[in-house]
Design a protein around this ligand. Structure first.
Ligand code: FAD
Ligand code: NAI
Length: 462
């Protein structure tokens, strides 16, 4: 008899959530994790530490720009960088220990070390080989490299190095205006660093609603970030602790250089499957390095599943978690389901940016008849009271049926507001359903209702 019903490889949000659900469903479960702490990229070097630094630097911004307006007289705030990093590490520790507690509570065995799969149904950790009826690969992703740019995690860093720099840099070049570049770029801009973002495309945050992209870039510029758009980075040379970044403008092939004491490479992430032995096992892969699965997260090898950043789809913690829960249900003989049409995406800058469903550009491309309801936070009393009147809610609904097709929010608490729309979309709601729902006053979410009203007879406060 196999030692375990399920062995999960990797304890990120995909893997640990999968293991907890497996255990709750009565399956004897183990997790292999090579890191010293549980929680994967997300808890150790991703979502959680970046949000801690975003919070701390936002508090600084508030103290510098808004305190006096509210009659709060304090001495000019100073940054104790070591303490800020210690706070961030404390937050990481609390979260990773929390997962350890949950593992104990659910009687999940942590097999410490790096795992490989020597044969179907077998997982090797160190010198020991364990047997399992089912194996779930949840090994996540790693930063992708850029030709001509060598990461040393000191001067030229990925997000991992950017979360623990020895000191706050004077000048930082961020390569890539995606989620990581803009979140961490805005952290350092608030801490006083001169941040220049070099982006290959002509718009920031590729794939996002065009109007949101434009407003977002304008607001980030106002916060001091500089953008060089349509520029392909050619290389970064490091000498005496300083970097020289070379880029080529796509429009005329002209070359230019930027000096910086820190370069953040944020040009995407790629699946991490090194050392698992997938090739020898004959596991089918996608062209871009992800593990190929069917719609029940099964690979082509019997009893072998894969989830999270290691497979196709948005590289988001909540997508990995949802797949973790769903695959556990499948393994336990139940129905596991993930609705890939309703996965929100959030950027935790100030203001936050949140999006779900189709963008206006996608609807146009599909030739679908739609209507737009928009409401600016300037018309929201609560937002104005807390200096957060920038941005808007944009709702897209089917022209005929009024069914909500997508929502794009830039503004205060956008990452929380979006879930009203997510729930609505799961229930097949119309814009009118949101518009007819009483929303408490004064809340930011009134702006969502006003956008829904704008899909019909019109908003009240604009
Ligand atoms: P991971 O979290 O990468 O976990 C995989 C784990 O597997 C790792 O701990 C690794 O050590 C382990 N592992 C790998 N191979 C082996 C092996 N052979 N044996 C044993 N263990 C192994 N997403 C959001 O939704 N919201 C955010 O705010 C957000 N912020 C982010 C900020 C940053 C800076 C970064 C880098 C990412 C962020 N993400 C965010 C993305 C998010 O972290 C990932 O989508 C998520 O962690 C993926 O989960 P996962 O379980 O698939 O893999
Ligand atoms: P990304 O894919 O979001 O952005 C990469 C950017 O780099 C793109 O705009 C791309 O055009 C640009 N680029 C690529 N090559 C370039 C070059 N040579 N020169 C200049 N620009 C170049 O990737 P990012 O920001 O590294 O994030 C990786 C993943 O992590 C994302 O998939 C994201 O989902 C996840 N993440 C999520 C967060 C969240 O949900 N809040 C926060 C941070 C990361």
């Amino acid at each position: 008899m196999a030692e375990f019903d399920v062995i999960v490889i990797g304890a990120g949000p995909g893997g640990y959530v999968c293991a907890i659900r497996c255990a709750q469903l009565g399956l004897k479960t183990a997790v292999v994790e090579g890191r010293e702490t549980l929680g994967g990229t997300c808890l150790n070097v991703g979502c959680i530490p970046s949000k801690a630094l975003l919070h701390a630097s936002h508090c600084l911004h508030d103290a510098e720009h808004n305190f006096e307006k509210m009659g709060l007289k304090v001495a000019a705030p100073k940054v104790d960088w070591k303490q800020m990093l210690a706070y961030k590490d404390e937050v990481i520790g609390q979260n990773t220990k929390g997962i350890e507690f949950l593992f104990k509570k659910n009687k999940i065995t942590w097999l410490k070390g790096w795992g490989s799969i020597p044969a179907a149904g077998k997982v090797k950790v160190g010198d020991e080989v364990h047997e399992a009826k089912n194996i779930v690969i949840a090994t996540g992703s790693e930063p992708s490299s850029l030709p001509g740019v060598t990461v040393d995690e000191k001067v030229v860093v990925t997000s991992t190095g950017a979360l623990e720099l020895g000191k706050i840099p004077k000048e930082m070049v961020v390569i890539g205006a995606g989620v990581i570049g803009l979140e961490l770029g805005s952290v350092y801009a608030r801490l006083g660093t001169k941040v220049t973002v070099v982006e290959f495309l002509d718009a920031i945050t590729p794939g996002m609603d065009g109007e949101v992209q434009k407003t977002f870039q304008r607001l980030l510029k106002r916060q001091g970030l500089t953008f060089i758009m349509g520029a392909a980075v050619q290389g970064a040379a490091v000498k005496g602790g300083k970097a020289k970044v070379t880029y080529k403008l796509r429009k005329d092939d002209s070359e230019a250089t930027l000096d910086a004491d820190c370069v953040l490479v944020a040009t995407g992430r790629k699946p991490y499957t090194d050392g698992l032995g997938l090739e020898a096992l004959g596991v089918e892969m996608e062209k871009r390095g992800q593990i190929k699965t069917d719609d029940h997260w099964r690979t082509n090898v019997k009893g072998l599943y894969a989830i999270g950043d290691a497979i196709v789809g948005p590289m988001l913690a909540h997508k990995a978690e949802d797949e973790g829960m769903a695959v556990a249900e499948v393994i336990a003989g139940k129905h596991g389901h993930v609705n890939y049409n309703v996965i929100p995406g959030v950027i935790y800058t100030a203001p936050e940016v949140a999006t779900v469903g189709k963008t206006e550009e996608q609807l146009k491309e599909e030739g679908r008849a739609y209507k737009v309801g928009k409401f600016a936070f300037m018309g929201n009393g609560r937002a104005k009271a807390v200096f957060q009147g920038d941005g808007f809610v944009k709702l897209l609904a089917d022209k005929e049926t009024d069914r909500i097709l997508g929502a794009h929010i830039i503004g205060p608490a956008a990452g929380d507001l979006i879930h009203e729309i997510c729930v609505g979309m799961e229930f097949g709601a119309s814009a009118e359903d949101i518009a007819l729902t009483c929303h408490a006053h004064p809340t930011f979410s009134e702006a969502v209702r006003e956008a829904a009203l704008a899909c019909g007879d019109g908003p009240i406060h604009s």
